[in-house]
Design a protein. Structure first.
Length: 504
């Protein structure tokens, strides 16, 4: 491949060959001498190169690690030349795989920081957030470079690798959050399933996230760092008894591919989900099943986001739920909501909606929005069952509460996510109770569109009823919206329910 250049000082020129997936490339290796004298000192190598436009998604730099290494440290820089308006500049991600290799889904993954950090280290007893502590064993390690975007001039980079010799320390046993917290029995529990800490590109520590979650009135959170599970063991002491209540902490990952992001919700602690594929590679189904085998849910995130690589391209056949509301409500969410609504025509095999904050740093609010789930208790199993069944609604904050359902035909009743099994011409009453939504309107949305709207009292608390039949409305769901700020466009959501389906 022309245009790929690199040098390592005295190490010599490298060769190129394709490895793994078709969009990966491996450079020539970097070698180190063994410790001399044994057990002391350090060695450093520097690699320079240029990646041309159109480079593979992942470029691997092999590092031959000798015996006797206690720590590997890596830093990198790259140039950001000016580019014309409308042209993408340079952005380069980084991570690392150990001597077990770079195979998709393999055991070699040791960390990823994307573009959030310029340096990292790994040793047995500690590692930079985003990376997995453990012994630095002898063999071929691979630094993974991900040219996210490349300027027309190319992407010149410099990678510096330092090996520090000495006895390896002991790796502490991982302590993971429990699968159960003290709850209220069968109740509505509030949670945020899409959050980032300093373990990927967030700025909050785990302790700060836990405090923010409690302040937002949440009962559970799911940690979803980009392409790493390194934070799963970082929550010790943050879930137990607390004046503001116990917090159920679920562990997951935001699997950040080049064709969209998917939140793996509540996978078994320590689960790594690979992300190095595009829709064209026909790999997503395999990894969606891996998420479910690890006990988690597959939730496409911000499916209509416009950032590069964020728009969802894998289809929704493998989704257990879909994130239709991500952070403060925007036109992207309105498109996601409309797209999801279009899938509800029959209620057979439908995909529930959830909403999350995707909060990274101040002033982004944890729990804005939040998913409110009807669950038998505050446990991992019960929360996931509630989300999977669609027994949930989305609220912009803990101030907003909804009760929603339909009744008809010999006293039958169905709640959010359920079906009211009555004849097509049976009269049905749909009822919504709202609190905490001043200045808002309530909307009943069906497969025909919005068929009933009512202004809530100034207090924001009120009840809205509407009569219909299953032959007129296949389903009904509720929206609570703020007043429009742009004429002709709907106001931002304050709350949204999953549907109630009508008919047999």
């Amino acid at each position: 491949m022309t245009g790929l250049t690199g040098s390592t000082g005295s190490i010599g020129r490298r060769g190129l060959f394709v490895t793994g997936a078709a969009t990966a490339l491996t450079l020539g290796g970097v070698s180190f001498a063994s410790a001399d004298p044994p057990g002391s000192g350090e060695e450093t190598r520097t690699v320079r190169g240029t990646l041309p436009p159109g480079s593979p998604d992942y470029v691997y730099l092999p590092v031959e690690v000798p015996r006797g290494v206690r720590e590997i440290a890596v830093s990198y820089t790259y140039e950001k030349p000016p580019v014309p308006a409308g042209t993408q500049g340079n952005a380069l991600d980084i991570g690392i795989f150990d001597e077990r290799g770079t195979d998709l889904g393999g055991r070699g993954f040791r960390g990823w920081s994307g573009g959030a950090r310029k340096e990292f280290f790994i040793r047995a007893d500690a590692a930079t957030p985003g990376y997995i502590p453990g012994p630095v064993r002898a063999g071929t390690w691979n630094i993974a470079l991900g040219p996210y975007t490349t300027a027309p001039q190319g992407l010149p980079y410099t990678v510096t690798i330092t090996l520090r010799f000495g006895p390896s320390g002991k790796t502490p046993a991982a302590v993971y959050p429990p699968e159960r917290a003290k709850g209220r029995g069968r109740a509505w529990y509030r949670g945020d399933c899409h959050l980032h800490s300093v373990y990927s590109d967030g700025r909050r520590t785990p302790a700060e996230i836990a405090a923010a979650a409690r302040a937002a009135g949440l009962d559970f959170i799911n940690i979803s760092e980009h392409n790493t599970h390194s934070s799963h063991s970082a929550w010790q002491g943050l879930w137990g008894p607390h004046p503001d209540g116990e917090l159920l902490i679920l562990t997951g990952e935001e699997v950040t591919t080049r064709n969209g992001h998917v939140v793996a919700v509540a996978t078994d602690p320590g689960t790594f989900v690979d992300w190095r594929y595009r829709a064209r590679d026909n790999r997503f189904g395999h990894y969606a099943r891996e998420i479910r085998r690890a006990g988690g849910l597959v939730v496409p995130a911000h499916p209509h986001a416009t950032c590069i690589g964020c728009n969802w391209k894998f289809g929704f056949g493998e989704a257990d739920a879909v994130e239709v509301w991500n952070g403060p409500y925007t036109p992207e969410d309105e498109v996601a909501l409309a797209s999801w609504d279009n899938t509800l025509t029959s209620g057979r095999g439908w995909t529930p909606a959830i909403g999350n904050s995707d909060a990274h740093r101040e002033p982004q609010l944890v729990g804005m929005p939040q998913t409110v789930v009807l669950a038998h208790d505050l446990t991992r199993e019960a929360i996931l069952a509630g989300i999977r069944a669609g027994h949930s609604y989305i609220a912009e904050s803990s101030s907003v509460s909804l009760t929603f359902g339909a009744s008809g035909g010999r006293g039958r009743h169905a709640g959010i996510g359920d079906r009211l099994p009555v004849d097509a011409d049976t009269p049905v009453t749909v009822r919504l109770e709202v609190t905490g939504a001043p200045g808002c309107t309530a909307h009943f949305v069906t497969d025909q569109g919005t068929l009933h709207t009512a202004t809530l009292p100034a207090s924001g608390a009120g009840t809205v009823e509407w009569s219909t039949t299953p032959q007129y409305a296949t389903y009904v769901r509720a929206e609570v919206r703020h007043a429009p700020t742009v004429p002709g466009l709907p106001g931002a959501l304050a709350a949204l329910t999953n549907p109630v389906f009508l008919g047999g």
